[in-house]
Design a protein around this ligand. Sequence first.
Ligand SMILES: Nc1ncnc2c1ncn2[C@@H]1O[C@H](COP(=O)(O)OP(=O)(O)OP(=O)(O)O)[C@@H](O)[C@H]1O
Ligand SMILES: [Mg+2]
Length: 380
Amino acid sequence: MKTIKEHLGLKLLISYLVVLLVGAVVLFFTVMFATPGAYTRHMEMTGGGMMIDGSRPADQLGLGRGQGAGFLNFRAGVFESLGYAVFAAVLVAITVSVFFSRTIIAPLRAMMSASHRIADGRYDERVSVNGSDELAQLAERFNRMAERLDQTESMRRQLIGDVSHELRTPLTAIGGYMEGLIDGVLPATDETYDQVRMEARRLSRLVDDLQELSRVESGSYRLDIHPVQISTLVATIVRRLAPQYADKQVKLQIDIPGNLPEVLADEDRITQVITNLLANALTYTQSGGEVTISSAAPVGHDLLVTVADTGIGITPDNAAHIFDRFYRVDKSRSRSHGGGSGIGLTIAKAIVEAHHGRIWVESAGEDQGSRFSFSLPIKR
Ligand SMILES: Nc1ncnc2c1ncn2[C@@H]1O[C@H](COP(=O)(O)OP(=O)(O)OP(=O)(O)O)[C@@H](O)[C@H]1O
Ligand SMILES: [Mg+2]
């Protein structure tokens, strides 16, 4: 019974058989009950086995022996009752098949009208799932697709809201500075112009980040995967960031053995991830603090890279959202710390996941430092 419920093909086969069986039963009983009556009537019509002039109908018709009036009457009777029987069987078969096809087609109809409504933008549309056959599975997938569309749509709306908000802040600042300059409230000093330039830079960085985010999130870029030696890659990045670390007097240490297996990665993209993590660590660590980038023997098929700092740390509820786009723990603090728009970690996560890796954060809490780790598949 369970197999039948799960397979539409079997259901269809059984429905054909039922139609056939019902037709046959109706045919049988109609023939059985109608034939004697029809036969008797034909006998009466022809006056038994003899014709009126005394000759036998078989002689008149030139029929051979064994095909006398009895036979003719019998044949006529059978044909008549068969006519009724076929009519009744077809009628019953049509009724039964209409019932079956309605039951089978109903979910398809429901999906068709739901898809029309979704196409009109009503993403909350769902169809009810009954049973467990292929049609029910289709309905379930249809619902899942509708849900994804619904999510994408609300993400799009949220993104537009977030982006407008992010753009408004520097634009308002620039507008304010310009107004102050025109009204003579603000002095036309280098400092004021510098502020305007800083806000303009913030704007263009935000636009660049957004472009990059949409590229990595939509997957519309190709990863150029090669075997990469992490220790070499990290050494290059650290050399580039060393002056910034020295400026803020934050110590930057590397703890990566040179004999680790190579990982399969897109060198440029992973450079972007590590640079992002090291830049964040520098931003959120006070002068005199320390940042360590480390990696150790592979865990399973992956190699872990960890960036640990002795900075401001992250509370568990913030840690849960830190990879969401535009999420900053403390917007004003992040700004005064020189932090950006909260897109860096979102981009890093998208890149790591495109490598089939994972990225996460651990922190003992506020002012306890943070540890960002990500995994990359090793070359085997
Ligand atoms: N090492 C860290 N220690 C403490 N908090 C951090 C650390 N790294 C990131 N955060 C928190 O996570 C938030 C998101 O980081 P993310 O890199 O995505 O954005 P951002 O640095 O603010 O801006 P940008 O888009 O320029 O990178 C930061 O605003 C900060 O609050
Ligand atoms: Mg950042």
